[in-house]
Ligand binder design. Structure first.
Ligand code: KIV
Ligand code: ZN
Length: 498
């Protein structure tokens, strides 16, 4: 019988802190329900005191979700804790996640304080949180760079106050796996009563070691892994859920397993990627487009003879099925609705009508519509509420010619047109849009990615537009990549012109 590793998903809190990845409450509920179906133990739903939107999301997720514990983040501040407790009022299982920085960097520079004072504040925040909920998780921010002896004193103090889970974050992603494992071992050996609480890992990926550090922590006694879908998160991200889960499944000798239904991983990875406009790198372990693609002849031959010669995971175990349902122009609304439901997206009648209309248009241009296309269509309805919409776009381009674009925009019902040339069709289209929207805007990042394969495929465009010294993120997908680029630009503009 394996030891249980609890999966604490923080996609909706730490993952959502990435600039441009913010979700609205409806989208967060969609992800939370999919996380529940996946089988996570804890969903960190937000940081309620940080904004009314975050507060509301914690309330609504608490109502929408039944099995996982809902967790809300706070600083070691009484008002944060009170607000978190209020946001959690409808959760069937609730947890407050409170804590403070414990490294000398945090103590000296962030808090202008000293070790004894921080130790007292750590104990006090747990003591206060216990007045509201039984399940209190303490985090020692920057534990990765906190010396083990002091860290053990802090953890001892919060365990004495009744913390149920103690979280040891490698906030800056600095630790080596051996060092992080040692830290967990040290706590296991030096904190009285540690066996009665759960030690959690929370590793960031700044040096590409988040998963390795998490596993090293687990091997040394941690029994909760804090993770995000696709490893999203600030800077280089957090530990990715799919990697930890599949490492435990693949290395049975560890004797550790999770409650995750791994066949739901690929679908949820795509949902999070499309809702957050965050592309998954093609070579990302487990969920990248190329994770199971064997291109070299030697590999293909080996896999065909026996899959295990080159594959350590059966793609079906993570929900990747090359033969999965494809819809065509002959598929009805019910088939689309059913497929969306399987992918975790439930649209109301109006939204479904719009998605079906776009589906038929796409099916006219592309013979087979697969899950990625469907998720992309479901995401498009957010553009319907935009103040600025692309009315028409015509582009002339070719070799030896300067590209010319004419663009029509619908701005809150009024029509505007402009024409411009550029060094390529995208440049021409964007220049024409800029002639209508008179603002100082700069395209900082521009990424075009095919959803699947084939020259008739849909291209996804991610764009970062700088305006007033702030980045705004736009996304679109279209079989016409120039149109997708113009739409992504307009999507970004809609974020600062409302
Ligand atoms: O990285 C970190 O230290 C965190 C804590 C707030 C848990 O996200
Ligand atoms: Zn973090």
């Amino acid at each position: 019988m394996s030891d249980r590793l609890f999966i604490f998903d923080t996609t909706l809190r730490d993952g959502e802190q990435v600039p441009g990845c913010q979700l609205n409450t409806v989208e967060k509920i969609q992800v939370a329900k999919a996380l529940e179906e996946l089988g996570v133990d804890v969903i960190e739903a937000g940081f309620p005191v940080s904004s009314p939107g975050d507060f509301n999301s914690v309330v609504e997720i608490s109502r929408a979700v039944t099995w996982p514990t809902i967790c809300a983040l706070t600083r070691a501040v009484e008002n944060d804790i009170r607000v978190a407790a209020e946001a959690l009022q409808y959760a069937k299982r609730k947890r407050i996640h409170t804590g403070i920085g414990t490294s000398d960097y945090h103590i000296r520079y962030k808090f202008n304080s000293n070790r004894e004072e921080i130790l007292e504040r750590a104990a006090a925040c747990v003591r206060y949180a216990k007045k509201f909920v039984e399940d209190v998780q303490f985090y020692a921010e920057d534990a990765g760079r906190t010396d083990n002896e002091y860290l053990a004193r802090v953890i001892q103090a919060v365990v004495n106050e009744g913390a149920t889970v103690v979280n040891i974050p490698d906030t800056t992603g600095y630790c080596l796996p051996s060092e992080f494992g040692e830290k967990i071992k040290y706590l296991m050996e030096h904190v009285d009563g540690i066996h009665k609480v759960t030690i959690a890992t929370h590793c960031h990926n700044d040096l590409g070691m988040a998963t390795a550090n998490t596993m090293s922590g687990v091997i040394n006694g941690a029994r909760q892994a804090e993770v995000t879908i696709n490893g999203i998160g600030e800077r280089a991200g957090n530990t990715s859920l799919e990697e930890v889960v599949m490492i435990c499944r693949s290395h049975k000798e560890l004797g550790i397993d999770t409650n995750i239904n791994s066949t739901k991983i690929a679908g949820l990875s795509r949902m999070v990627s499309s809702l957050m406009n965050m592309p998954v790198q093609p070579n990302k372990a487990i969920v990248g487009r190329n994770a199971f693609a064997h291109s070299s002849g030697i590999h293909q031959d080996g896999v065909l003879k026996n899959r295990e010669s080159y594959e350590i995971i059966d793609p079906k175990d993570v929900g990747i099925d090359e033969n999965s349902i494809v819809l065509t122009a002959r598929s009805g609304r019910a088939a689309l609705k059913h497929r969306l439901h399987v992918l975790g997206v439930d649209l109301d009648k109006d939204q479904l009508d719009k998605a079906y209309e776009s589906f038929l248009k796409l099916a006219d241009r592309k013979k087979e519509i697969n899950d990625d296309d469907i998720l992309m269509l479901a995401g498009r309805h957010h553009m319907a509420n935009h103040r600025i919409k692309l009315d028409f776009l015509q582009v002339t381009s070719g070799v030896g010619l300067r590209s010319v674009a004419s663009v029509g925009l619908d701005i809150a019902g009024e029509k505007f047109e402009a024409c411009a040339s550029g060094n390529g069709p995208v440049d021409a289209a964007i220049t024409a849009i800029k002639q209508i929207i008179h603002r100082q805007m700069l395209v900082k990042e521009f990424l075009i990615q095919a959803i699947n394969k084939g020259s008739n495929d849909v291209g996804k465009v991610h764009m970062t537009v700088e305006y007033d010294n702030r980045p705004y993120y736009g996304f679109s997908a279209n079989t016409d990549i120039v149109a997708a680029s113009a739409e992504a630009f307009i999507d970004a503009i809609n974020k600062f012109i409302r």
